[in-house]
Write a protein that binds this ligand. Sequence first.
Ligand code: ADP
Length: 432
Amino acid sequence: MISALTRFLLIVCIAFIASFFVLANWGSEWAFAVGILVLSIPLIYSYVNLARLGRYIHSDSVENMPLPSGLWEEIFFRLQRLVKNLKQKLRQIEQQHDHFIEAFQASPNGIVMLNENDQIEWCNNIAEDFFGINFKRDVLQRINFLIRRPEFIHYLSKRNFDEPLLVERMGSDSSLSLMLQAFPFGHRRHLLLAQNVTDLQKADAMRRDFVANVSHEMRTPITVLMGFLETVQSLDLEKNQRDQYFDMMMSQAQRMKSLVEDLLTLANLEANTLPVVTNSVNIETIMALLRNDAEALSQGRHAFSFEMNSSKNLLGDEREVLSAFSNLVSNAIRYTPDVGSIVVKWDVNSRGQGEFSVTDTGPGIASEHLLRLTERFYRVDRSRSRDTGGTGLGLAIVKHIASRHQAQLLIESTPGRGSTFMLRFPNERLSA
Ligand code: ADP
């Protein structure tokens, strides 16, 4: 390959030779013109290639430019390689950037990147939802102009981000509890993370309520029991009076025992995350046990009817099934006034689902209570529940057992006329 200098010298020589030849034949003006013409060939060549390069650069397609021959071939070739490499690198960087953005978007937490002036540089969709931000509209807005909670403004201005901050966000449709924490990065920039802790907060509140309820439930019988003990200790009582007091003490102790037993049952059910054992539970046997217990509890005050409309049995845990069924039967007995009637029925409906129901002619329950009946310690009639030895946990236990057996607890009730509590089991839970 001829070097650029050789090429140029060659053209200069050709220009000299042509000029001498023309000078000898046509005179000096023509010789000068021919010399200039030959020397301007590389200039024209360069100009043409520069113009082409300009065109391709303009249309951003340098890498598709056809290579000219000669000196410009090398230049074009190197330029094309450079552009190709740069474009590839750019693509890689863009891909990496997209991956980071996707990863941040996939996070269940809100993420906001703040610059040194606490202005929003970027945020993910979750952060937009949490804070009501619109990234396109609010980019480079100061975060404290958008999150106007005083505790957050104080947290940001204090510049001490060692501890997270709990912020309650009151929305029009729902309220959120957000745990916020800022983490410094880069040059005085911050990553603000927001975690939705609404469920944790609710669970915590429920736990506190539960402890308060249990303490309250225990305090009453303990206080009564202590009162009796003091009386028995300090007064000189007749034997029959003393026996009466002992009976009353026994009933308070019994109440505490029932409460502790129900609490333990509930705790065991909640702790047991294993699927329920699937033994065949003989419904006829269960019905016989229920009838015995019911008659003992009612002591002839109610008229019972136990109906077996299907011979199908249930696949499940016998102890749990008996506990759920007897809770419903004992509720019917405890809440139905004397001379009322109670129907206990086992049936399979037209869709093949097993239905265990208890219908009573008791006081019934107003509709506003129905959804809350299975909450722990929720009672419609507090004194009736206590008087009849209720713990307020029976239906919570029934609901747990139902869900462990994929069954539904359905309650129908008309105040003043009575109630039906039904457990509906899926057909996969039935056996011949
Ligand atoms: P409790 O031990 O108080 O009976 P449950 O969880 O078994 O607790 O029931 C919750 C509440 O539902 C009861 O306090 C009572 O007000 C109401 N309830 C349950 N069963 C019946 C029923 N058959 N008739 C009327 N009210 C009922």
